[in-house]
Design a protein around this ligand. Structure first.
Ligand SMILES: C[S@@+](CC[C@H](N)C(=O)[O-])C[C@H]1O[C@@H](n2cnc3c(N)ncnc32)[C@H](O)[C@@H]1O
Length: 278
């Protein structure tokens, strides 16, 4: 599960916008952790990278007030447009939405007070460059706070689905722990290392447990195949029979996560990570 092109399609951006509230609320604890550790103050300039439809940054926008500025950014234009609509719907007047590649941030040195990101930095193939770029644009003493997925074996919400696909010979993306992989920043050690190499200090890392809830196996399949690029590509290449075969494999794999009254609740584990620009 690699590649920034993972999320490049307009259809993927449209799906993220359609499900924006659910995708945000499902991991709201992590968003709140990020914003708390970003320590935003009224009047500050904050940059959100890999923002998707932008909800986590909007929490920070409320904290910096009308004299502050949130630069909400993503590589994908469709996501940026979704964030722009989201900011307008909330009546946020202090948000500027822009296309920015986290590997090459188009902002001057020391021009922001803080950078935040939820579930994005691990997807950037040239990860070390992205962290060096974050350090360059944050003023000395400013903050970086972000969230990434924790270890693979603590995230059955994703691994069960990928496991079922693998059993049918489909390989979504490359090495999930390799560069740009969804689990490439899954340990405290790797986060600490990249942050310190990039010039950040006072690193704080905390596990943020959660659960991904779905009404049924069909709904689990439908949502994930709409929003996750590599999985979506595979699902689209299959006819109804092919999809049904994978769901039949998936069913016993998610049985331990069935909840009383129907539906599924699959555990997740994210890491909240924060540091100061040295
Ligand atoms: C899993 S989504 C997370 C969206 C949102 N932050 C959230 O937590 O709901 C990852 C986002 O990272 C963006 N992205 C991937 N590579 C990027 C890069 N190199 N620079 C900026 N954004 C990137 C994708 O377009 C996508 O919107």
């Amino acid at each position: 599960m690699t590649e920034e092109s993972t999320f490049a399609g307009d259809e993927i951006a449209a799906a993220w916008e359609r499900h924006r509230t659910r995708l945000f609320e499902g991991q709201r604890d992590l968003s709140e952790w990020i914003v708390r550790h970003l320590e935003p103050h009224p009047g500050q300039t904050i940059l959100e990278l890999c923002a998707g439809p932008g909800e986590t940054g909007f929490l920070a926008a409320e904290r910096i007030g009308p004299d502050g500025k949130l630069i909400s950014s993503d590589l994908n234009e469709g996501m940026v447009a979704a964030a722009r609509r989201g900011a307008a719907e909330r009546g946020l007047t202090n948000v500027e939405c822009r296309v920015i590649n986290a590997q090459q941030i188009d902002l001057p040195e020391g021009s922001v007070d803080g950078v935040l990101s939820r579930f994005g930095l691990m997807l950037v193939p040239e990860r070390d460059t992205a962290f060096t770029e974050c350090r360059r644009v944050v003023r000395a003493g400013g903050r970086l706070a972000y969230g990434v997925w924790g270890p693979l074996d603590r995230n059955p919400w994703l691994t069960q689905l990928v496991g079922a696909l693998l059993q049918h010979g489909h390989t979504p993306g490359g090495d999930p722990s390799g560069p740009g992989g969804v689990f490439s920043l899954a340990t405290p050690e790797i986060n600490r290392h990249v942050l310190e190499e990039a010039g950040f200090t006072d690193v704080e890392i905390e596990e943020v447990p959660g659960a991904q809830r779905y009404d049924s196996i069909d709904e689990y399949w439908d949502l994930q195949t709409e929003i996750a690029g590599p999985i979506s590509g595979i699902a689209r290449s299959l006819d109804a029979e092919g999809q049904a075969a994978i769901k039949a494999t998936l069913t016993p794999m998610v049985e331990p996560y069935l909840v009383e009254g129907g539906g599924l609740e699959l555990p997740s584990l994210a890491l909240g990570v924060a540091a100061r620009a040295g």
